[in-house]
Design a protein around this ligand. Structure first.
Ligand code: PEP
Ligand code: MN
Length: 354
């Protein structure tokens, strides 16, 4: 389905990047206003703060709810910044409208639930407000598009997407794996849909914010939504991934903005997809070698030989057949697995001879 879009009408529409900054949560009136004043002083035009917080486990700070909405209203009145918050239910939408919230976003956990998204869409019927849809927690582009379609179907034309990475069982560098190929594909399908990157939730760590912002700019993203707190270490939620307004200003000032848009016609975009896939290949290989070393420990403990010929033939046969089914030459796959096997044996030798 086509999306019917209009410009977001945000302060930096003509200038990349759009920047939305503010704390993960509006904790107290003082913290909210203090952070907002510092951000406004750095020239920030859009302020974010979570009022309803979806927490993985009960017992954490779940947001101040309606009580925090007047604080956002004060931010708007005092600093002139537009204010944004996350909505997860129809009631949240109604309250945001009541308190004059300027921008709403749908969080990753909500995007994954079509019933919840539809209820939000119904509440937005007839309203003209910019809405951002975060990607679902799971790497499913159709679910992301489905949520965008539901919101757009309610008449929201000032629509944008936020890439905040995808959760995985196996946490590596990132809190949420970026899987850049997914937002790139979204952009290929909807070139006019503004795309914003959330480096705080992708990285989960302050020190990853700057490189992720640069990476997003290099890929032609339209904007950034970054968690910024007047005292990040003491934040009540997501303390590790927030930076002070000062640091954020520094990070933004160091960004190199290249005027290159993301299109598949564009060779450099295709190369970035290749880089991301190669990166995944190496990560998977490293994981495989780790398991091989564990097998090495087992073989050592049980006095087994390192090379088990029958198992090796089974792997070559099975993967060769899989490769040809997937359009890769059987010999190529065989060659790759011979090399992988050689390295696996080498890694196991090191364990056994330790
Ligand atoms: C947030 O923006 O604070 C948040 C909860 O994000 P996400 O939905 O991406 O986890
Ligand atoms: Mn957060």
């Amino acid at each position: 389905m086509e999306l019917e879009l209009e410009p977001l009408g945000l302060p930096s529409d003509l200038e990349r990047p759009i920047v939305i900054a503010g704390p993960c949560s509006a904790e107290t009136e003082e913290q909210t206003l203090k952070t907002a004043r510092q951000l406004a002083a750095k020239g920030c035009h859009m302020f974010r703060a979570g009022v309803w917080k979806p927490r993985t486990k009960p017992g954490g700070f779940e947001g101040n709810g309606e009580a925090a909405l007047p604080w956002l209203k004060s931010v708007k009145e005092e600093t002139g910044m537009m204010v944004a918050t996350e909505v997860a239910t129809a009631e949240h939408v109604e309250l945001c409208l009541k308190y004059g919230i300027d921008i709403m976003w749908i969080g990753a956990r909500t995007t994954a639930n079509p019933f919840a998204v539809q209820a939000i869409a119904d509440a937005l019927q007839g309203v003209d407000i910019p809405v951002f849809v975060k990607n679902p927690v799971n790497p499913d582009i159709e679910l992301w598009i489905g949520a965008l379609e539901r919101i757009n179907g309610a008449g929201i034309k000032r629509l944008g997407a936020i890439h905040r990475g995808f959760s995985s069982y196996d946490k590596k560098i990132y809190r949420n794996h970026p899987m850049w190929q997914i937002p790139i594909e979204l952009h290929r399908r909807y070139p006019n849909l503004p795309l914003v990157c959330d480096p705080s939730h992708i990285g989960g760590r302050r020190d990853l914010i700057a490189p992720l912002c640069q990476q997003a700019m290099d890929m032609g993203f339209d904007g950034l939504i970054v968690e910024s707190h007047c005292n990040p270490e003491l934040a009540w939620s997501d303390a590790n991934q927030q930076v002070t307004p000062d640091i954020l200003d520094y990070i933004l000032s160091m960004l190199v903005i290249r005027n290159e848009t993301v299109t598949t016609e564009n060779i450099s975009t295709l190369r970035k997809q290749i880089d991301e896939l190669d990166n995944q290949l190496i990560e998977v290989l490293a994981q495989r070698m780790k398991v091989c070393r564990e097998i090495g420990e087992y073989k050592k403990a049980h006095d087994m030989t390192i090379v088990q010929t029958a198992r090796y033939s089974e792997i070559l046969g099975k993967r060769g057949a899989q490769g040809s089914l997937m359009g890769i030459g059987q010999d190529c796959v065989k060659g790759i697995f011979e090399l992988i096997h050689e390295e696996s044996v080498h890694q196991q030798m090191e364990i056994v001879n330790k």
